[in-house]
Design a protein around this ligand. Structure first.
Ligand code: GLA
Length: 386
């Protein structure tokens, strides 16, 4: 049984008829454009066919009561008295309620059942999926208009200020605004988006996006992430601009020798990654899978050598993927330090690719990877039932 059916069946057992409202929001994988979002730059993620499903009905007493099938728990909170307990999955829902109310949205309560299939802690944005599913739930019961960029911003605010994670806008934006069959080029300064289709292979066959989870996880990711942010801010300050987005490659090269080595490498990654991301979007528009793949490979090297956010397992995984004849390109994806790589693969080679990369990774690391072939999917949506 799919998760949509599962949450609906559990809802019906608990609350009877009529059928519930049903909303979903996806996780994401980023094709290219890493650690560029908080530098006001460009990212190119796609929403994946894994997410959070929520079956619900409105309540009249400003209470929210939600059963999580994944955690086997029910959380209850009151919209007029939100308390931050600083831990647990319900804080994401409360955080979104807080951010919406702080920004003038009049919210109605609701009750329901939720379940998800985005692996947690893998860097595939299970938290953004939970935030955007929550925003969709409130939108449905409270009846305000759905503005994807605004919902993404408020979900990011919830994560920054309520949950306390200093993330950029990418994950929430793609979970809010993703489009089936497409990746989204997002300008993280203006939040203007442009959807670009997955390119076919040169022989006209399809391609697929494959997520390669190293299954490595790292604690203290937050502090390493925040350290990178500070280093980027310092580099922008050196150039006297609001963000590294505003430094062109020629301006950078003219000053490169005067920069201290660490700042130079951090800035180089962000400035070149922005260019690679814009070129990758063009390559997709031009149906040029080999060029997109090549840019992905270059991005990995930049993250490995200049931004220093890969680990040994991510390097082994990316190299194993890149060496397969059916692979156009591969790179670490997401915040980094552990987690997943992503590869663009010729559709006729997928089974062989999965088997070969899995074997090679196991031999070199003694770890068993998790591999997901993904479909580019729609962002947070309402599912109509008959
Ligand atoms: C995490 C953050 C995003 C982004 C990426 C790196 O996923 O949540 O905002 O900064 O890392 O590209």
């Amino acid at each position: 049984m799919g998760l949509q059916q599962k949450v609906t069946a559990t809802f019906t057992e608990k609350f009877g008829t009529p059928l519930p409202l049903l909303v979903q929001a996806p996780g994401r994988v980023n094709l290219i454009g890493e650690h560029t979002d908080y530098n006001d730059g460009f990212v190119l993620p796609m929403a994946i066919d894994r997410g959070i499903w929520l079956a619900l009905r409105p309540r009249d007493d400003h209470q929210v009561a939600i059963e999580s099938l994944d955690f086997g728990e029910t959380a209850v909170f009151h919209l007029t008295n939100l308390q931050n307990t600083k831990s647990g999955w319900a804080e994401y829902l409360k955080g979104v309620a807080w951010a919406l109310q702080e920004n003038g949205y009049a919210l109605r309560g609701w009750e329901g059942v939720m379940a998800g299939n985005v692996p947690k802690g893998a860097g595939l944005s299970s938290s953004a999926a939970l935030e955007l599913a929550t925003a969709r739930a409130f939108q449905q019961v409270s009846g305000f208009a759905w503005d994807a960029a605004q919902m993404a911003k408020l979900s990011q605010l919830a994560e920054n200020k309520w949950v306390g994670v200093n993330c950029g806008i990418m994950d929430q934006m793609i979970s809010a605004a993703g489009e089936a069959g497409h990746a989204l080029l997002i300008d993280c300064r203006t939040l203007v988006t442009e959807s670009v289709p997955l390119p076919p292979a040169p022989d006209g066959s399809g391609t697929a996006v494959v997520i390669l989870d190293t299954t490595t996880r790292r604690g203290l990711v937050d502090s390493a992430y925040n350290e990178r942010r500070e280093q980027c801010e310092a580099a922008a300050a050196y150039f006297g601009v609001p963000a590294l987005r505003d430094v062109s490659i020629s301006e950078f090269l003219a000053e490169a020798d005067n920069l201290e080595s660490l700042t130079r490498r951090r800035a180089k990654h962000v400035i070149t990654e922005n260019l690679r991301t814009l070129n990758a979007a063009k390559a997709m528009q031009n149906a040029d899978a080999p060029l997109l793949g090549q840019l992905m490979n270059e991005s990995h090297i930049s993250m490995r050598d200049d931004f220093e956010i890969t680990n040994d397992e991510l390097n082994v995984m990316a190299e194993a993927a890149q060496s397969h004849p059916g692979c156009f390109g591969a790179r670490m994806t997401g915040g980094g330090f552990a987690g997943c790589a992503v590869a663009l693969v010729h559709e006729d080679h997928i089974d062989d690719f999965v088997a070969a990369v899995s074997n090679q990774y196991r031999q070199q690391t003694n770890l068993k990877p998790n591999i997901y072939v993904c479909q580019p999917s729609d962002g947070a949506s309402v599912i109509t039932q008959n």
